[in-house]
Every structure is written in structure tokens, then in C-alpha cells.
Design a protein around this ligand. Structure first.
Ligand SMILES: *Cc1c(COP(=O)(O)O)cnc(C)c1O
Length: 395
């Protein structure tokens, strides 16, 4: 027996963690009410979706942006606007959310699932290079957990092989690579405002880009094939209504003003967990960032155990940590093992590092990092109890 809360012991923590999303602030409440009362709820009627796009473009240092329904559609339209066609191959990382593959499928192309770097778990440039064929037309680096992918190496490969680069920034609002905002490094950058993200309106998405023609295609794809400045019922291209609503933009616009403060708060908490884990030497450490990270937006804190766990052991860790009052997430299974990805006709390259990560890495979600850094001690105390019990588990 142990002193685990799971076994009837006293939990490390009784207090709840900060809620996600955070409570509405005054600016959100005012703008939401203003939009609701105006009756101009659609993006073709009001200015806020356009303003949100402008502010994101400024944030990312790109001239253009389009707001739309979600992050999956953002990846899809970015691929389409950059000229990815049916039969093309698009390289995606093996440790990421399913949408990275299914957005490629939606564009009629073939996802090529490539392994991640064993240290930081972002797309591995060497594995990317080995997977490039004459049919490869695009790369999709994911800025996983809030830290930017190894963009210098990936952009060099893209340049050498003439590939388009779509940065998936769904987890990295406000992150910086070498002092520059993610999203503005490749040909297009996509964001998500789904409920679990660092800025949310329940759902939502956005694409930023530099090239004016790419922008026109993006805009048209999201606006039923219309042309910017064209006649309302002209529809020169095939496109869909993928627009965000003004009510969602009213939640997101004021959020941009507090994003930096929230990132700083999560950074302080993450730094404390990292230091305490090093000190405690209990067999768990924070996954390091790729080279070039100058600001991690700290969407998730990835914590690596010092050995791979079985499925049963991982289940025990999640249950025991939750009982201690410190919820942990088991993280992604390797992308290439999902039935959806196998059925899609994806090409899956060997993925030993993604497989290892799926058995060895747990996530601490962003709302926990919104707590006072002093409370980081609870995370380490809970991990310490769970890791001690794991040594003799299942006894
Ligand atoms: C959330 C997420 C997406 C998809 O965004 P949705 O808005 O949920 O469609 C894509 N990629 C990554 C890495 C994500 O975390």
C-alpha cells in the first residue's frame, strides 16, 4: 500500500486550478454586448472579424490574414491557397493532433507522416529530408505545446526542394522564434481558437500570409468563391462559407491585449516546475524546446518520465495524479497509428521517437500554469508520489 490519494491517502491538493477559459474581462463583456445588441453578428455585416485579422497580421508581421471557422479548416485553406493539389505529398509530424493529417486529406493530398526529434518532439529536419520525393509540395511544421519548431533547418529544406511551408500555430499564439512571431516565418501560418487553446471563442481559426495572391485565394476559399471587390453573386472560383462570426471576434479581440501577460504568467509557472523537477531528481523532466525558441507561449508543459510506460502504467499515472489534485494528460498516440490516418492512404515513415513520446510524455495543461508559481510545488509533489508508487505498481 501507498499513501496515494487513489488508495485513500491525503491528496497533495484540494484546491481547484484556475478555470479555462478565464472569466470574461470587462473589455470582452462590453464588446460582446455591443455586437449582440447591434444585430450585426455575421462577418459580412460587422467590422470585428476584419479587425481580428488585421491585429493578427500585425502580431505575426505579415501583411494579410483571414479569420475563419476553425484550425482544421485553416490548415485546409492554407494548403489549397498555396497550390497543394490532389496527389501531392505533404509532410506532417508523427507527434501531433489528427487535423494535421486530415486537413491534407481534405485538400485531396497524401499526408506523409515523419518522425519527430527525440529531444524536443518537434518535426525532425533529417527525417523530413529523407521523406521528400518528387511529389512532395509542402511541409507542415507544428509549433507543439507553444514552442516553435526548428524553423531554420526546415525553411532551408523547403527552399532547396521548392516546398510550401504551412506553420501550424494552433498551440502557439504569441510564440517567438529567433525574436520573430510564429506564423510569419513560412508561407502561411494557421491558428485555432477552439476551447482548449490559449485564446478561444469556443471555436474559430485564422490564417496569416505574406503573398497578396495567396491572400486573395484564402479569402475567396472562405467567402464562397467571391473575388475581393467583385460582384456579390459573381463567384469566379469554387469556395465555401467558412467565416468566423462577429460574436466570436468580440471574445478574441480584447484577448490580444492580455495575451502577453498570460504567457508571462505561464512561463513563470513552467520555469518553477522545471527547476523543482531538476532539484527533486524523481525521474521526470520538462521536455526541452527546439533551438531558436525565444518565447514559448506555454500552451502545454510536456513532462517526460525517464522510462517508457505500458498502457496500464500510463493509465495508473493519469488516475493517480488526478486523485492527487494534479490532472495530467496522456498526450498523443503516434499519428500513424490512428485508424483515420491509416484509412486515409497516408504514407507513414518509421516513428520510433513519436512512439517513445506517446509512452513516456505527459502533459500539464495551460490552465494549471495560470496559477501562482508558488503552486508549482503541488505539481512536483504529486509527480513525486506517483513516481514512487509506480516503482512498486501494481502492488
Ligand atoms: C487544435 C489543433 C488543430 C485543430 O484546430 P481546430 O480549431 O480544433 O480545428 C490543429 N493542429 C493542432 C496542432 C492543434 O492543436
Amino acid at each position: 500500500m501507498t499513501d496515494l490519494a487513489l488508495h485513500g491517502g491525503t491528496p497533495v491538493r484540494g484546491e481547484p486550478w484556475p478555470a479555462w477559459p478565464p472569466p470574461l474581462d470587462d473589455a470582452q463583456r462590453r464588446l460582446l454586448l455591443e455586437v449582440a445588441q447591434s444585430g450585426r453578428w455575421g462577418a459580412t455585416q460587422g467590422p470585428h472579424c476584419g479587425r481580428l485579422a488585421e491585429r493578427f497580421a500585425a502580431l505575426c508581421g505579415t501583411p494579410h490574414a483571414v479569420a475563419l471557422g476553425n484550425g482544421t479548416l485553416a490548415l485546409f485553406v492554407a494548403l489549397k491557397a498555396l497550390g497543394v493539389r490532389p496527389g501531392d505529398e505533404v509532410i506532417v509530424p508523427a507527434y501531433t493532433f489528427v487535423a494535421c493529417a486530415t486537413s491534407v486529406v481534405l485538400a485531396g493530398a497524401v499526408p506523409v507522416v515523419v518522425d519527430v526529434d527525440p529531444s524536443h518532439l518537434h518535426l525532425d529536419p533529417a527525417a523530413v529530408e529523407a521523406a521528400i520525393t518528387p511529389r512532395t509540395t509542402a511541409l507542415m511544421p507544428v509549433h507543439l505545446a507553444g514552442s516553435p519548431a526548428d524553423m531554420t533547418a526546415l525553411l532551408r529544406l523547403a527552399h532547396e526542394h521548392g516546398l510550401a511551408v504551412v506553420e501550424d500555430c494552433a498551440q502557439a499564439h504569441g510564440a517567438l522564434y529567433d525574436g520573430r512571431s510564429v506564423g510569419g516565418l513560412g508561407d502561411a501560418g494557421t491558428f485555432s481558437f477552439q476551447s482548449s487553446k490559449a485564446m478561444t471563442a469556443g471555436e474559430g481559426g485564422l490564417v496569416v500570409c505574406r503573398d497578396p495572391e495567396v491572400y486573395q485565394r484564402l479569402w475567396s476559399l472562405c467567402n464562397v468563391g467571391r473575388r475581393i471587390g467583385g460582384a456579390w453573386y459573381e463567384h469566379p472560383e469554387v469556395g465555401w462559407n467558412l467565416r468566423l462570426t462577429e460574436l466570436q471576434a468580440a471574445l478574441l479581440l480584447p484577448w490580444l491585449d492580455r495575451l502577453d501577460t498570460e504567457i508571462d504568467r505561464r512561463e513563470a509557472f513552467a520555469a518553477r516546475v522545471t527547476a523543482l523537477l531538476e532539484e527533486a531528481d524523481i525521474g521526470a523532466s520538462v521536455v526541452p524546446q527546439p533551438p531558436g525558441t525565444t518565447r514559448d507561449s506555454r500552451h502545454l508543459l510536456m513532462i517526460r518520465f525517464d522510462r517508457p510506460l505500458t498502457t496500464d502504467e500510463a493509465g495508473f499515472v493519469v488516475e493517480a495524479a488526478s486523485a492527487e489534485g494534479v490532472p495530467l494528460d496522456n498526450g498523443y498516440p503516434p499519428l500513424g497509428e490512428l485508424a483515420a490516418v491509416r484509412k486515409s492512404g497516408a504514407r507513414v515513415e518509421p516513428y520510433p521517437h513519436a512512439a517513445e513520446a506517446s509512452r513516456q510524455v505527459f502533459w500539464l495543461r495551460q490552465q494549471i500554469m495560470m496559477a501562482d508559481p508558488a503552486e508549482a510545488a503541488d505539481v512536483v509533489a504529486a509527480l513525486s508520489k506517483v513516481l514512487t508508487a509506480l516503482r512498486t505498481w501494481p502492488r
